[in-house]
Design a protein around this ligand. Structure first.
Ligand SMILES: NC(=O)c1ccc[n+]([C@@H]2O[C@H](COP(=O)([O-])OP(=O)(O)OC[C@H]3O[C@@H](n4cnc5c(N)ncnc54)[C@H](OP(=O)(O)O)[C@@H]3O)[C@@H](O)[C@H]2O)c1
Length: 323
């Protein structure tokens, strides 16, 4: 079978398509035939070995994981000993972030317990866009509850992998959503349902007069103190941190600043691949409240091009890799 591999940390050119032995499931394991995978910023980070501190876990000189890709949607092809469920033929999806990566392949072997059932109403392509970035959106919005009809929500960095899910989820709850991103993405943000769009290259939302009940910061380019100025009294701010420094800074400073200013500020502990979250996301997809946006589709042989598209920042929605 074919699988996208890398042997070194580095830019997208380190990727190669290898012919490897098909996996054989061990006890408690399942082989999934990959129907679609999608790329996330986490895949680029994994490739580049950034932040550098993450290499303590992923391998100092060379990456321990040669496989690439976390989002996967597919069908169960083979089950190992002691596996009752899922069964061969079942439709499944997962985020392999802490399960060795490797979804950019014809097949991938994973623990049976890592797989969630994929609703029949959801296509493989749509499903593959969701597990990693959809879960980040869901969990970060959960940390900002309550979001009700009329809640004023600002989403900073709304046009990337996570933002389009967050915009649609907030709209599904009846919120008034203002979305910030690059000017080229404003039409895309309007299509997603944003009530107001702001071009960060022209307007600094932190210096304006607008005040929001809720700020979700996905871009992680501004300080906590800057974006706090956008909060209405009693407002809530959550950061999806891009690095250890901003995560630690917000986790430590946020509660103090919040107490002093009558607001709630912080980050959240992301938990990848939660069955309950995937069930909830499956419901949102099946109901049409969240409609995945697919920017482009690439075959395994064009994985380098797929990564270049992700890296360019020009994608409007998710970049799929379909074996
Ligand atoms: N905290 C955790 O536990 C955890 C776990 C997993 C992942 N993460 C992080 O979560 C983030 C996921 O975000 P993502 O995948 O949606 O990233 P993304 O695809 O890079 O999207 C970020 C968006 O923000 C825009 N942006 C850049 N600078 C901006 C600014 N100054 N103001 C407003 N928007 C700006 C970018 O536009 P341009 O194209 O113009 O740059 C891009 O559209 C990543 O940073 C990842 O590292 C955190």
């Amino acid at each position: 079978m074919r699988a996208v591999r890398r042997d070194e940390y580095g830019p997208v050119d380190v990727l190669r398509v290898a012919t490897v032995e098909p996996p054989v499931p061990g006890p408690g394991e399942v082989v999934v035939r990959v129907r679609a995978a999608s790329l996330n910023m986490a895949d680029l980070d994994h490739l580049l070995g950034r932040p550098r501190a993450s290499r303590i876990a992923t391998g100092l000189a060379h990456p321990k994981n040669r496989g690439v890709g976390v989002d996967v949607a597919g069908t169960v092809e083979q089950v190992g000993p002691d596996v009752d469920r899922p069964r061969p033929g079942d439709r499944v999806w997962a985020d392999l972030f802490d399960l060795g990566h490797g979804s950019l392949a014809d097949r991938v072997c994973v623990p049976a317990s890592a797989l969630s059932p994929l609703p029949d109403a959801v296509s493989f392509d749509d499903a593959a866009t969701v597990p990693h970035s959809g879960s980040l959106a869901l969990q970060s919005l959960r940390a900002l509850e309550p979001i009700r009809p009329g809640t004023n929500v600002l989403i900073n960095g709304a046009g990337g992998c996570v933002g389009p899910f967050a915009v649609q989820m907030a709209k599904a709850r009846g919120a008034q959503v203002a979305a910030v991103d690059h000017g080229d993405k404003l039409d895309f943000l309007r299509e997603l349902g944003a009530d107001e769009v702001i071009d960060y290259t022209r307007e600094d939302v932190a210096r304006g007069d607008r005040r929001f009940d809720v700020v979700l910061d996905i871009a992680d380019t501004r300080s906590l103190l800057a974006l706090r100025r956008c909060l209405a009294p009693g407002g809530r701010y959550v950061l999806i941190a891009a690095g250890v420094g901003s995560f630690a800074g917000t986790a430590l400073l946020g509660p103090m600043v919040g107490r002093a200013t009558g607001t709630r500020l912080g980050t959240f502990f992301w938990r990848p691949n939660q069955r309950a979250d995937l069930d909830e996301l499956g419901g949102l997809l099946a109901s049409g409240d969240v409609r995945p946006r697919i920017d482009s589709r690439y075959g395994l042989d064009d994985a380098v091009e797929a990564f270049r598209r992700l890296e360019s920042g020009a994608a409007r929605g998710k970049v799929l890799v379909v074996p």
